[in-house]
Design a protein around this ligand. Sequence first.
Ligand SMILES: *Cc1c(COP(=O)(O)O)cnc(C)c1O
Length: 423
Amino acid sequence: MDNAHTLDLARSLFPGGVNSPVRSFQAVGGEPLPIARGGGAQVFDADGRPYVDFVGAFGPLLLGHAHPAVVEAVQRAAAAGTAFGALTPGEVALGQRIQDATGLERLRFVNSGTEATMTAIRLARAATGREFVVKFDGCYHGHSDGLLARAGSGVATLGLSDSAGVPPSVAALTAVLPYNDPAALSAWFAAHADQTAAVIVEPMAANMGLVLPEEPFLAALRALPRAHGTLLVADEVITGFRLHYGLSGVLPEADLVCLGKIIGGGLPVGAVGGRADVMALLAPEGPVYQAGTLSGNPLVMAAGAATLDVLFAGTPYLRAAESARHLEDGLTTAIRRAGVPASVVRCGSMLTLFWRSTPPRDYTEARQSDTAAFGRFHRAMRDAGVLLPPSQFETWFVSAAHSEANVDATVEAAAAALRAAMA
Ligand SMILES: *Cc1c(COP(=O)(O)O)cnc(C)c1O
């Protein structure tokens, strides 16, 4: 089945032809690109055309596509049975690796990051007996009702839903504050301290493009929730095991941590973990219900453990970050030479090229990027054989499989694409 045929059939099967919205390429003015296979840093579309891939499945594939150790682990697990609906040694094996690396006292595996954050919020509400949740504009925590809420930027207002189908009464329990704004967080706590169950945050915001936290904001996150009996939830679904072996280290004070993506090695996964006293509220130990037919699935656990075993050596982190640094340098030079109003933000193996002259500090600034120009840049890169995440507001993921040649080819393509996109 080639690209055209796949897309044709997909449109008659799935809304928008896809099973997750960003895959539609709508944000860059394109149509879904069917990917048939991948290996290392490359993917191939259904016509057989290769691309250097910086989507990385939106985060999980720090080792690149079809890493031999991961493939072998999944094959072995599949041959031994794909699901049991019972405790398995595989869950213990991956759980131990995560606990050793993160210090999380207790864990629960779920099937997605969305489930992890949803469960963390439920736990925080049960632990505190309070209802309000604070999130930050531009941070993504999955698609559960309460966490899709977002307000007009700039002011501490109660959430208006960002999605049809979320009742205003549900959205009203979520306050949305600007990222990197400690004063807004102080003001919120001055007014609502004894009603706030949780503050949930991406320690590095990677879902509005990459926006790095500033020290005063982190200081407020460390101090204010704790001072008011509010739980701090660090959403490390992207950052967990991405920068080094373990959590990002940015918010060690977090009471609960959400994980996903890399810990499943490219299979569907999530986990919530943290303080033993809070986690003890989960059924069957406690009164907070949460369950999953396929949670802790043996194939997922095997892929995750194999991935962590390769990462444990540390060299994949060095390789991925080194490639990302070369990419940052090359892109920065190309931007300067082309005279384009763009900027590059990087942390470890995560990177975003923003079509605005300075890196944004929050979602309001990120949204000032020229998304039409980014769309033209994206198309030109794709035509040159480089697949970037199809939105200005997604982070590029460099893997340990990206070679110097991959990066050089990307920089060369970008030099031309930046100019083409300006026109
Ligand atoms: C991807 C992501 C999620 C949601 O994870 P899914 O597995 O897509 O449900 C939650 N939080 C963050 C920070 C993410 O990047």
